[in-house]
Design a protein around this ligand. Sequence first.
Ligand code: NAD
Length: 428
Amino acid sequence: MSGKNFNAFEMAQKQFDSVAEKLNLDDATKELLRNPMREYHFSIPVFMDDGTHKVFRGFRCQHNDARGPGKGGIRFHPQETIDTVRALSMWMTWKCAVVDIPLGGSKGGVICDPHHLSPREQEQICRGWIRQIAKDIGPFKDVPAPDVMTSAQHMLWMLDEYEVITGNKYPGTITGKPVGMGGSLGRTEATGYGVIFTLREALREMGISPETTTASVQGFGNVSQYAIELYTKLGGKVIAVSSWDQEDSTSYTFYKKDGVDLRVLREITDKFGGIDKEKAKNLGYDVLPGEAWIEQDVDILLPCALENQVTGETAKKIQKRVKIIAEGANGPTTPEADEIIKEKGIFMIPDFLANAGGVTCSYFEQVQSNMNYYWEKEEVLGKLDVKMTSAFLAVSELARKKKIYMRDAAYMIAIDRVARACKDRGWV
Ligand code: NAD
């Protein structure tokens, strides 16, 4: 989805192949796990506001459901591709397994740009997407959720269409719904907070106090904003954030030596996470090129935007002082960049562990929706902390014991769990 020759699915398969070798998986298990079990491609015709009809392309990939119903978001993005959706569905399988929740991996998407679509047109896309896939999803089959450029409102339109089609109330069909309409308290914060729960544990293991650290963040959307919120509460200082500028079709980094002010930055940010650069300049921020976030002299890097951002090229620009990278985004680091990061001795908290807070809380939402009883926010975030912390500790213990890279350790735990589930079911 980002970068001309970048193929997220090839990268996901490459990562899988290397761990499958280490785990000595047999050929049938490898074949089963390196591709989605099912995928759906369909057209969504929409009657546009200008009186024309437009056809949008939609996808759903169900990578593996051996450990439970599929789970995964739906992206609206102009550069969405089936290979991106395949990769993301595979990462969802590993993500659910690494935090040990009883769910499989799925992902969906629509090729569209919500920046240029009215709310009514977006609603039609949501309802059209459900009409095409309704019989193949459901609370005990495959449970969609929001992702890049989709929101709680999109999820509610989708749920409504699903309930119209089935004639029943099934709030557990979709997660990321608005609170009060089947959504879980804490879901908005969950992914960003989850990133910081794992970062907190990494710092604790390294004997570093968060108050002494600084960070630079790529992206200023849902994940990034809540990661910054909790990191700042722990005493850390964020000196740079970057975001995409829709008007200029490029990204910028917003730098402030004394630390960015989250509340003020939120006030000058649009709903897509784009920061207004003129207003930022007036507030005393240095507006630097988009890639500048990675070159900052900080202790922690938090890539929280999109995949393929820390590459063989950009990773060389990472400063000596950087000790930890916690991946809020999915697939931000390429395998080439991983090699550079290993050489530099930087501690990596890989995406499907670091950002698993979202799916973990989605799982909590699903549980609450299915029993139609909702927990207080503290209870949700407390349970989230327990899950994220124990997942982090299991991965870091394996990494230490076997002297392997954290990404490999996380993959080994996750893939082993899924392979065992497939074997125990007698599939392979
Ligand atoms: P979002 O749409 O809310 O925010 C994305 C942010 O990235 C925006 O600030 C945007 O301006 C910025 N951005 C886009 N392209 C950029 C670029 N080239 N350079 C700098 N900034 C850029 O999305 P989100 O929900 O915060 O998701 C971000 C990442 O985290 C995605 O990879 C997503 O798949 C992953 N993720 C999200 C969740 C979740 O619960 N939201 C859960 C797990 C993983």
